[in-house]
Each structure stands twice: as structure tokens, then as C-alpha cells.
Design a protein around this ligand. Structure first.
Ligand code: NDP
Ligand code: GDR
Length: 338
């Protein structure tokens, strides 16, 4: 029988890579979407343009704010695996919109969990649930962090994820749901929105290469993150749902770098010294920041057989090269238009 999966947040970075990963394994993939504009669906472009894969992709309209719509989508998808990835994902923005972040990122997960449990009880078929947890839940906890590290969130986003994490554990223990928490450290790709620091730096390096008068404004340059590649991390999500027990899993590279080191590699790739082009803008500093995240993914390595395939340098070079291509294409397009 064909396996069916439902992905909330399918239009996002992880959702689109996960959809491609599952389609390549023969799954029929259902996705929750809230907009169907070409821009909103751009991460899914390669799937939508490929008739063979398009035939196994089913999009459902809905929003995390609407529990009835979520229940309907879970019912219609009738999937054996539900990957809950949707939410407000920007940590900095969560300070300006704490209630909305708790509502979508925290309560949204509770709603999806409840819909999944009701569907499982009605159909008497097992549904495996994945909760997209985050290293941001560790906040102030000392590095390296693993599954036993206590949570100490330092943002409304981190607090919302802690709520979703505990709701997932409760669903597992109270109702016997196969519900797992992935605790993923930062993972990036050319599909990252530009408001996240890796893509922001890669875009700026490429644009400044073509126009050295441009400047890049950043916030905290000392923050250290454990950055991996999104393509590698979605495979870990899938492996968690194939495991024989529902557990919680840290997924990370185990190596942390500062924003300064990110600047070194990206600007180095385009032959520039970042110090000549970067300003620190106090408006971009968060009211509270997480200084040092570095994960210990020993459990995932040993029990899931998962390991990251992309180093920090490879990741930053891939991002920067993708932006150089885009920036060059834009500049050639503008020259033709003149
Ligand atoms: P993105 O920001 O790229 O994608 C978020 C997705 O959620 C988009 O598809 C977005 O839809 C959707 N969404 C947002 N609000 C709603 C809503 N109200 N109703 C329905 N859908 C909504 O995130 P990532 O792919 O980077 O992350 C996936 C998940 O993993 C998130 O939960 C994130 O918090 C978590 N995570 C991510 C990490 C990372 O480093 N990337 C690390 C740890 C956890 P639209 O396209 O319409 O905006
Ligand atoms: P993060 O990623 O907050 O870790 O959340 P982000 O790229 O936003 O910030 C990383 C670090 O860089 C510092 N920083 C800046 N960040 C942004 N966005 N813009 C800037 O101009 C800037 N200057 C410095 C930040 O202060 C921070 O310390 C990501 C998201 O994907 C979450 O959804 C996910 O849960 C976590 O990673 C793990």
C-alpha cells in the first residue's frame, strides 16, 4: 500500500525538502497551505513542475488558527505519518508578536495533536506524529545540549516550542500516541527566507561583490550557532518516525560557529573583507539572545544511524554561490532591460 504523509508548513524550507524526500521514497504527500500564490509555493516549484511527482502531491487549504479546518485536513489526508512543521519561526519577531507566536507555534501544535489523536481513535489506525522542536528551547542552558538538558527558553518563540514539546510528551504518555519531538539545531539552505542570518549574510556578500557601495546591517555578531543543512535534517525527521519507539531526539552537527565566522566564510568566498562592509545596528539586537548553542546528537547517530553530511564551510559556500548566481542573473536582466 502507498504510504501517505501529511506535512504542515509544506511551503517552508523544511516542508519542501521533506516533501521531496518522501516523494522520492514513493509516498503520497499531503500538505497544509494557507496561500496558493506562485510566491507562496515557490519552494515546491520543482515538484509542481514535474507531472510524475505532482500526481502524488495533494495540497489542502487551512490555517493553524482554525482547529476545525485542521481536523478536516487531517481527516482527508488520512496519513500514517504527520509532520507538524508549520508556525511562526522567526525568533526575533516573536518578541514583537509574543501572543501570535504562542498561538501559532504553541497552540497550533496542540490543535494538530488533538486532530491526529481524534483521527487515530476514529479509524483505529496508528498515526505517527512529528513535532518540530528547536534548540531555542535550550536557551540559556550550557553547551553542548542533548535530550537530558533542561529547557531554559529566552524568547517567546522558545517558550511556545516548550509548550508544544510538553504537549507532545503528554499525548504520548496519556493516550499512547506515537508522538516524537525532534529537537533540531539551526539548519539552513538557499530556501531560507532572507530574514535569517545565514541567508541574509550570503545575499549581502553576493550583492556587495557586484556593488561595493552597499552595506550590511546586523545585530549580535558574537552569537554562536550549530548550523547544518536542511536537506540532511529532514532525513532525521523521517528516521524518527520509522524508529520502533516514540522518543525525543536532538539533531545537530556538534560544531558551533559565531556570526563573525559566518561573515568570514561568506565574504571570503567573494574576495572581500567583511569588516569593510558591515555595520552593527542596535535595532537588530534582540531584547534577549541565546549566546551559544551546540548540540550533542549522539542518540540520533547511534539509534537512527543519522549523521550530518554538510560541513559549516560547505553550507556557507553553497548559500553564497547560490546568491552570487541570483545576483548576477538580476544584474544581467537589468542590463538587458536598459
Ligand atoms: P519556515 O519559516 O521556512 O516555514 C514555516 C511554514 O509554516 C511555512 O510553510 C508557513 O506558510 C507555515 N505557516 C506559518 N504560519 C502558519 C499558519 N498560521 N497556518 C498554516 N501554516 C503556517 O520554517 P522552517 O522550514 O525553517 O522550519 C520548519 C519547522 O521547524 C518550524 O516549526 C520551525 O520552528 C522548526 N525549526 C526550524 C529550525 C531551522 O533551523 N530551520 C530549527 C528548529 C526548529 P507560508 O509559506 O504561508 O508562510
Ligand atoms: P535563530 O536564527 O534565532 O537561531 O533561529 P537567526 O538566523 O534568526 O539568528 C541566529 C543568530 O544570529 C544573530 N543575528 C541576526 N539574526 C538575524 N535573523 N538577523 C540579523 O540581522 C542578525 N544579526 C545577528 C541572532 O541574534 C542570533 O543570535 C533559527 C530559526 O530557524 C528558528 O525557527 C529555529 O528554531 C532556530 O533557528 C533553531
Amino acid at each position: 500500500m502507498t504510504q501517505r504523509a501529511l506535512i504542515t508548513g509544506i511551503t517552508g524550507q523544511d516542508g519542501s525538502y521533506l516533501a521531496e524526500f518522501l516523494l522520492a521514497r514513493g509516498y503520497t504527500v499531503h500538505g497544509l497551505v494557507r496561500r496558493r500564490t506562485p510566491e507562496a509555493l515557490s519552494n515546491l516549484a520543482s515538484v509542481l513542475e514535474d507531472p510524475a511527482r505532482r500526481a502524488r502531491l495533494v495540497l489542502h487549504d487551512g490555517d493553524l488558527a482554525d482547529p476545525l479546518a485542521l481536523a478536516r485536513v487531517v481527516e482527508r489526508a488520512d496519513a500514517g505519518e504527520v509532520y507538524h512543521l508549520a508556525g511562526q519561526t522567526h525568533v526575533g519577531r516573536s518578541f514583537a508578536a509574543p501572543e501570535a507566536t504562542i498561538a501559532t507555534t504553541g497552540l497550533g501544535a496542540v490543535r494538530v495533536l488533538e486532530a491526529v489523536r481524534a483521527h487515530r481513535d476514529r479509524t483505529r489506525r496508528e498515526v505517527r506524529y512529528y513535532q518540530a522542536g528547536s534548540s531555542e528551547m535550550f536557551g540559556a542552558a550550557r553547551a553542548p545540549q542533548d535530550e537530558r538538558t533542561p529547557f531554559a527558553p529566552r524568547s517567546p518563540y522558545g517558550a511556545a516550542k516548550v509548550l508544544a514539546h510538553h504537549a507532545t510528551v503528554v499525548a504520548r504518555e496519556a493516550y499512547g500516541l506515537f508522538a516524537v519531538n525532534g529537537i533540531l539545531f539551526n539548519h539552513e539552505s538557499p530556501r531560507r527566507p532572507e530574514e535569517f542570518v545565514t541567508r541574509k549574510v550570503a545575499c549581502a556578500a553576493a550583492r556587495i561583490r557586484l556593488d561595493p557601495a552597499r552595506r550590511l546591517a546586523l545585530g549580535n555578531l558574537d552569537a554562536r550557532r550549530d548550523w547544518g543543512h536542511a536537506r540532511d535534517y529532514v532525513e532525521a525527521m523521517w528516521r524518527m518516525l520509522q524508529h520502533d519507539r516514540p522518543l525525543d531526539w536532538v539533531v545537530a552537527t556538534g560544531v558551533a560557529h559565531s556570526v563573525r565566522e559566518l561573515l568570514e566564510v561568506a565574504f571570503g568566498r567573494v574576495g572581500l573583507d567583511w569588516r569593510d562592509h558591515v555595520d552593527v545596528d542596535p535595532a537588530l539586537l534582540r531584547p534577549l539572545d541565546v549566546e551559544d548553542l551546540r548540540g550533542d546528537a549522539s542518540r540520533a547517530r547511534a539509534e537512527l544511524g543519522w549523521r550530518p553530511r554538510t560541513s559549516f564551510e560547505e553550507l556557507v559556500l553553497e548559500l553564497t554561490e547560490a546568491e552570487l548566481e541570483r545576483a548576477q542573473a538580476v544584474s544581467v536582466g537589468a542590463a538587458h532591460a536598459r
